[in-house]
Design a protein around this ligand. Structure first.
Ligand SMILES: O=c1ccn([C@@H]2O[C@H](COP(=O)(O)OP(=O)(O)O[C@H]3O[C@H](CO)[C@@H](O)[C@H](O)[C@H]3O)[C@@H](O)[C@H]2O)c(=O)[nH]1
Ligand SMILES: [Mn+2]
Length: 713
């Protein structure tokens, strides 16, 4: 028995309220569906069918949303109690994997800040290894990291000597910092390195006079003619070697490896999942730590003590042997106070995490999680002796090269039963889902100070394109043979399976959202009433359902410690998603599953443009490009505006307010939510406004929809 606990778990008191809410609201939904069915039998029509369909999908998604709230738990960790179970020298080795894929969308200077913040972890250096996987196969990235390795010799001892909290130099020097004797010197070194790298990036190549030392010449000469990002041999560089490389205070440094796995056009590389699997094998050969951390290249460490929090779970003698990973929430440093595009993902990060934690464990979120290596590898019999002791000698490096080859995975279980699973654009959700089906568990660790911070797009098109990739990937899981509602229901706690279904079926929101964004409005334009009169008792059911849903989500936002302004953006973005990404991801899924196209992982740009950022900070939407995603949103916005105005006119002239109120209200709600879109179309003249072409297309779209669907009334 431990004298003092390493971690505690407390069920949230909100669960009782949530369960009651689920019960009452569930009854109301059943009543509504009953009414729809009666209507369908008594007066079947285009409208009754569509309304039933919309509400059935809404109900399905509502059901999958409830399990998140039935048993949320809050965990706490106590790293100060760790000495009871382990001295520092007993800590397990830790491998950190950082993935990058494109030096122009993910500038190396940002990536190396992430890596420096990790190298500087408060963890025994001889046990820490950082691996950078470069899917961009770029000489520029390698050059930047060779510079970073030199700078690390000064940076690491500096951080430790003064116990610096912000160990990403960019963040540290960007804040007001206290002045220590070395501060100015180190800052100058950092600026110098930045300038050299910027110069190399601007010119797109490394100059002869920037190359110093044999090691650098040898490394960079691997980029011979014919070496492209899509076709090249494996490159592994040992940039720092623990037990050999020392910092300026004569202390050993952690390991730092650069890996660009082999690429050729004939073999699919499976995007990030492929990169992680290559890292898993290469690291197995070189360091083989029992625990590894996966990070996106923009997710720098915001707290040097994070690994100790993770150890509180893994080193607990009573820990569940099936504990596979410890997930830290995804937090971002560039969210404005309105969270304009709902990129903070408050509900996902605050509610879904603790909700699933109370069941079988959170899904992997792609980054910020510490994994037990065994959980991903099972116990494979490996003919090449890969799983023996790590071997950092020359032979070891040679094998490491071989296991990163394209052909290595042929006829193996990699991607299907071991490592990260292939076949979807969201390797994270899919892999953890499959692991949970095998009985693996996970826990969420939510320290007050975020463990990692990353960035999110500040232009609407970038963000919608990013989420379009996610939702398409999630749909690939939802509709494959391992779907959570078929396969998942059998293999895991059904409530857990429902949570997974919620995450994966989200594109289905587009069905009810589009129906409610167009149907009542077109009916209104045709003076046809489709909802009960205000005086009809059934009308109060609609009021209850509407207020109940919106009120609950506002409440959830408040419980999550967020603000009503952010909630407002959230509900607005939900409508925008419904009319754009959710819908488009359906098309993407259809086109790829019919074999008409292959799917691509479009890396999100992490370049922060000043003008865009300034506009975002003010809470102003950036449209700017002529994108089909905007055409569909603007079309819906235009239909709502006209329907509201014309409906209002009719009511003022002919009365019928009671009959048409429901529709007027929905159209009016659409108009209020669409305000930034109208503004972008007519009132703004800056670069971020809606392009005129997009507006013209949307007007045509709106007219077309009006003509085509008016036949039904
Ligand atoms: O072929 C590829 C493509 C991407 N990446 C890396 O994957 C990470 C995530 O890519 P990003 O463009 O930033 O995607 P996001 O949409 O921001 O990422 C979220 O969604 C992804 C799944 O779609 C997850 O992999 C991520 O962890 C999760 O943060 C980045 O470090 C990339 O460098 C690769 O290594 N190889
Ligand atoms: Mn990202």
């Amino acid at each position: 028995m431990l004298k003092a606990p390493l971690h505690t778990k407390k069920a949230s008191p909100t669960r009782w309220f949530n369960r009651l809410y689920t019960l009452i609201y569930g009854v109301a939904i059943c009543t509504l569906i009953y009414r729809h069915c009666c209507n369908l039998i008594n007066s079947p029509s285009f409208t009754t069918i569509l309304l039933l369909l919309a509400d059935l999908v809404l109900s399905f998604l509502w059901v999958t949303w409830q399990p998140f709230f039935l048993n949320p738990v809050h965990r706490q960790v106590f790293p100060e109690n760790l000495p009871q179970v382990a001295e520092e020298s007993d800590y397990p080795r830790l491998d950190v994997f950082v993935c990058t894929a494109d030096p122009f969308k993910e500038p190396p200077i940002g990536v190396l800040n992430t890596v420096l913040s990790l190298l500087a972890y408060d963890y025994p250096t001889e046990k820490l290894s950082v691996y950078l996987s470069d899917d961009g196969g770029s000489q520029l990235t390698l050059f930047a990291f060779m510079e970073a390795a030199k700078f690390a010799r000064h940076w690491l001892p500096y951080c430790k000597k003064y116990n610096i909290m912000d160990r990403s130099p960019e963040v540290y020097f960007g804040n007001d910092q206290s002045l220590f004797p070395e501060t100015n010197e180190i800052k100058a070194m950092y600026e110098n390195m930045k300038a050299t790298i910027k110069d190399v990036m601007d010119r797109g190549t490394v100059d002869i006079d920037q190359i110093n030392g044999d090691r650098m010449i040898k490394a960079l000469s691997k980029w011979s003619t014919g070496f492209t990002r899509h076709q090249h041999p494996t490159v592994i560089e040992v940039l720092l070697k623990s037990n050999q490389d020392k910092d300026v205070t004569e202390h050993y440094m952690p390991n730092l490896f650069y890996l660009a796995r082999e690429k050729n056009k004939a073999t699919p590389h499976h995007f990030k999942a492929g990169a992680i699997n290559a890292l898993l094998r290469v690291s197995a050969k070189l360091t083989n730590a029992p625990i590894f951390l996966i990070l996106d290249c923009d997710m720098y460490s915001n707290d040097p003590k994070t690994p100790l929090r993770m150890l509180c779970h893994f080193l607990d003698p009573n820990a569940d042997p099936k504990l596979a990973f410890v997930q830290f929430p995804q937090c971002f440093y560039n969210i404005n106070k309105y969270d304009t595009y709902c990129t903070e993902h408050v509900l996902e990060n605050q509610m879904c995490t603790v909700g699933m934690d109370g069941l079988d464990g959170m899904s992997f979120m792609g980054t910020n999680a510490f994994f037990k290596r065994d959980a991903l590898l099972g116990k494979p019999a490996d003919p090449q002796g890969l799983w023996n002791e790590p071997d950092e000698t020359k032979d070891g490096l040679e094998v490491a090269h071989r296991v990163a080859d394209c052909s290595y995975e042929e006829n193996t279980k990699w991607g299907s039963e071991i490592g990260f699973r292939y076949g979807t654009l969201v390797e994270d959700a899919y892999t953890s889902f499959r692991m949970q089906c095998l009985g693996w568990k996970s826990v969420v660790c939510k320290p007050t100070r975020a463990a990692f911070l990353g960035n999110m797009p500040v232009s609407l098109n970038d963000f919608l394109s990013q989420s379009r990739r996610w939702y398409m990937g999630l749909l690939q899981i939802a509709l494959c043979k391992f779907s959570p509602i078929t396969f998942g229901m059998k293999c895991m706690n059904p409530l857990q399976a429902l949570c997974c279904a919620y995450i994966e079926f989200r594109s289905f929101w587009s069905i009810p959202i589009i129906i409610y964004a167009l149907l009542p409005q077109i009916a209104l334009l045709n003076s046809s009433s489709i909802f009960p009169k205000v005086s009809d008792p059934w009308f109060s059911l609609y009021v209850f359902l509407f207020l109940g849903a919106y009120g609950k989500s506002l409440l959830d936002y408040m419980v999550a410690g967020s603000t009503y302004r952010k909630w407002w953006s959230y509900q607005r973005m939900w409508l925008i998603y419904g009319c754009s990404t959710y819908l488009f991801s359906f098309f993407d899924w259809l086109v790829t599953s019919l074999g008409m196209s292959t799917f691509e992982f479009n890396v999100t740009s992490k370049v922060l443009d000043n003008e865009l950022t300034k506009r975002y900070e003010q809470g102003v939407f950036t449209f700017g490009v002529d994108s089909p995603l905007f055409v569909s949103i603007s079309t819906a916005a235009i239909v709502n505006l006209f329907s509201f105005l014309i409906g209002l006119k009719q009511v003022l002239i002919n009365g019928r307010f009671e009959e048409l109120f429901g529709q007027l209200f929905i159209a009016g709600f659409g108009v209020v939510n669409g305000w930034p879109i109208y503004e972008g179309m007519v009132l703004r003249h800056d670069k971020g406004k809606m392009p005129t072409r997009t507006t013209m297309k949307s007007v045509c779209g709106a007219l077309l929809i009006y003509w085509v669907f008016s036949f039904a009334f």
